[in-house]
Design a protein around this ligand. Structure first.
Ligand SMILES: Cc1cc2nc3c(=O)[nH]c(=O)nc-3n(C[C@H](O)[C@H](O)[C@H](O)COP(=O)(O)OP(=O)(O)OC[C@H]3O[C@@H](n4cnc5c(N)ncnc54)[C@H](O)[C@@H]3O)c2cc1C
Ligand code: SF4
Length: 452
């Protein structure tokens, strides 16, 4: 049977991976066509738009929304992807309430801000379905750059360098690229599958990807080798190590580090992830919230989030805390763990009350110990650099837990090494890593090719 042109091009489309139902069903499902038009037509197309200024990648938001309002999804995708090659994952994971949507002028009139993230998703899904990027590789310059880490920062740097014509080899320690987009971000926001589809777009630009290759680790090259083989090196290794609780009993079976637990949730079917009946999560940030909500969604009867300060001091975003509440997790504030007890595995978590000094410093209150009967403890008090592979690299200053870089150029103290993303900013959001990685790529290209 002859295949018509339209049905052939339709069959070439690859559907967008997402969870429609189950415990990890998407919390922000895609707009329908009618919703796209209605929402796009609410935009006032502000001059010097505050949403664009609030976006770390400076996407021209009114321009892409206007294109959506006229049914031009490809044009909208072009505007977004020119500024942000990971626009599809940012559409799903950006804390829009404190970025573009938080700056929307509708907020001033007490009206609902434009749902920029979901509109961005409509446009970028069009591109993902077609494996389409608005640009290809640039004219070959003959320069070669090694990128360490295939997370958002490394991918954005790689895409920018290829676009400008420099050759790129991307090294990652894991067996899959994408960094925390693939291994860390809650499935109900972003599936690992979609993160990998986005990486394919970057690979199509001619990026050579070397997986299971830890730089400075077993089986991988050293930084010294990369420096001698490449014209420049970009470090985007994130913060892969968990900060330990530092209390007795931390190594008992049943105690898990948040990143390992979350990685399991992303990599396995829900029924294959072990979760306790009564779970304590230690921490007050977004990672702690993610660990708590995912433990609850996996079937834990009770999830307690233990935080040493109060609600106002929690670093988790407001909407993340709301999610914690709607999922039925409980907050135990002004409390801190002092030991984990159990015979052969976790049986209880002993905490003490904490009060804040006038300067806001947490201080234990003597004689206030209390025990929580739990069978699983998840530590989520922060991530840190893996310093070993970087120790001794000339000119790379690890400062106070982050690689020191020039704020404009992202160059380190070593003239051949640049760095950006979590490992240099100390931990922020995907969109910050993308913006910084992209700008570092521009800085590397300009330096190698003698441009200003
Ligand atoms: C649990 C969790 C949930 C989050 N949720 C959100 C969210 O909802 N929204 C949001 O915007 N941000 C979120 N973030 C933050 C966001 O994921 C990070 O800011 C972002 O991924 C940083 O990108 P990156 O490229 O700097 O680092 P990463 O994403 O960490 O990527 C670093 C890469 O480097 C590789 N690597 C490390 N060491 C080596 C080595 N020696 N050799 C080779 N490769 C190496 C790693 O394997 C990894 O692939 C979350 C973070 C966590 C931990
Ligand atoms: S990348 Fe994020 S912050 Fe920027 S416009 Fe898109 S959703 Fe908003």
């Amino acid at each position: 049977m002859a295949v018509s042109k339209s049905s052939a091009s339709k069959s070439a489309l690859r559907s967008i991976p997402g969870h429609a139902d189950g415990p990890f069903a998407e919390i922000a499902p895609p707009f329908t066509d009618a919703e796209v038009l209605a929402e796009a037509n609410r935009c006032l197309y502000c001059f010097d738009a505050p949403c664009t200024r609030a976006c770390p990648t400076s996407i021209d938001v009114p321009s892409f929304i206007k294109k959506l309002a006229t049914g031009n999804r490809q044009g909208a995708a072009r505007v977004i992807l020119e500024a942000n090659v990971l626009g599809a994952s940012c559409a799903r994971v950006c804390p829009t309430e404190v970025l573009c949507e938080g700056a929307c002028v509708h907020n001033l009139d007490q009206k609902r801000p434009i749902e920029i993230g979901r509109l961005q998703r409509t446009a970028t899904d069009w591109a993902i379905e077609r494996s389409w990027l608005p640009y290809g590789a640039g004219k070959t310059t003959g320069k070669r750059v090694a990128i360490v880490g295939a997370g958002p920062a490394g991918l954005a740097c790689a895409a920018e360098l290829r676009r400008l014509g420099d050759a790129v080899v991307l090294f990652d320690a894991k067996d899959k690229p994408g960094g925390l987009n693939t291994f860390g971000i809650a499935e109900y926001k972003l599936t690992a599958e979609l993160a990998l589809r986005e990486v394919e777009l970057v690979e199509k630009l001619g990026v050579e990807l070397k997986l299971k290759t830890p730089v400075g680790g077993a089986g991988g090259p050293t930084y010294t080798q990369l420096l001698s083989q490449f014209d420049a090196v970009f470090i985007g290794v994130g913060l892969p190590r968990a900060v330990r609780l530092g209390v007795p009993g931390e190594d008992l079976p049943g105690v898990r580090q948040s990143l390992d637990f979350i990685e399991d949730v992303k990599a396995k079917a829900p029924r294959d992830v072990k979760v306790g009946r009564r779970v304590a999560v230690i921490g007050g940030g977004n990672t702690a919230v993610d660990a708590a909500t995912q433990a609850k969604r996996l079937g834990a009867e009770r999830v307690l989030m233990i935080y040493r300060r109060g609600l106002a001091e929690m670093s988790a975003f407001h909407y993340e805390i709301e999610l914690l509440r709607t999922d039925g997790c409980e907050l135990v504030l002004h409390a801190s763990p002092i030991r984990i007890e159990g015979n052969s595995r976790v049986e209880r978590l002993v905490c003490q009350r904490i009060e804040l000094t006038a300067a806001g410093k947490p201080q234990p209150v003597p004689g206030t110990e209390f025990a929580l009967e739990v069978d699983m403890v998840i530590a989520a008090i922060g991530q840190r650099l893996e310093e070993g592979p970087l120790a001794g690299v000339p000119g790379v200053d690890l400062g106070s837990g982050a690689i020191k870089v020039d704020a404009k150029t992202f160059r380190t103290g070593n003239p051949k090494i640049w760095s950006a993303g979590d490992c240099a900013n100390g931990g922020a959001e995907v969109v910050n890593a993308v913006a910084e990685g992209r700008d570092a790529g521009r800085s590397i290209h300009a330096t190698l090719n003698g441009k200003s």
